[in-house]
Design a protein around this ligand. Structure first.
Ligand SMILES: [Zn+2]
Length: 167
């Protein structure tokens, strides 16, 4: 059986936005701008994700974005991407027509920033398969999440494995 493994990096595109709030250091309400730099803090079994905002005087404010479970403590998910996988980054896609000889595509979810439905995430990451085709495959069981049948609207979590059977 011909299988290709990819690691999926799912990031929701975010505009650099601004937030008006009290700066404790400045002692007044000011405009905080998103630096688009993000950091992860591990606390027990959860990883907290923050966006770093700065006021005009460079005081930082960490805006909590998301919390997700970690299978081990103090792990930055970015460091978990095994090098033998093809990593799908932003603006990069799995090209479906190049995969005709394959039986199975395996996608390991290495980074999830934001909320992603299975069908939408795959449609955005795979070129040559429409969202509708993906929905049909999920319903037929040709696409499995963690080896199980799921709904197309199922939310994707960190470390999920998606199997796409092509034949
Ligand atoms: Zn300030």
């Amino acid at each position: 059986m011909q299988k290709q493994t990819y690691s999926l990096v799912l990031r929701q595109e975010r505009e650099a936005d601004q937030v008006k709030k009290q700066c404790k250091m400045c002692g007044k309400v000011t405009i905080f701008t998103d630096t688009t730099i993000k950091r992860h803090n591990a606390n027990g079994k959860s990883i907290y994700q923050f966006a770093i905002y700065k006021c005009p005087k460079n005081h930082t404010w960490n805006k909590k974005l998301d919390t997700y479970k970690s299978f081990s403590e103090h792990v930055d998910p970015e460091t978990l991407i095994p090098t033998e996988f093809d990593s799908i980054k932003e603006n990069e896609k799995i090209i479906f027509v190049e995969l005709v000889d394959l039986d199975v595509i395996e996608c390991k979810v290495m980074v999830v920033e934001g909320s992603f439905r299975l069908d939408q995430a795959l449609a955005s990451q795979i070129e040559g398969l429409s969202r509708n085709e993906i929905v049909q495959k999920i319903k037929k069981g040709s696409i499995l999440l963690n080896n199980g049948l799921v709904k197309p609207s199922q939310k994707i979590s960190l470390h999920d494995t998606i199997l796409i059977h092509l034949k």
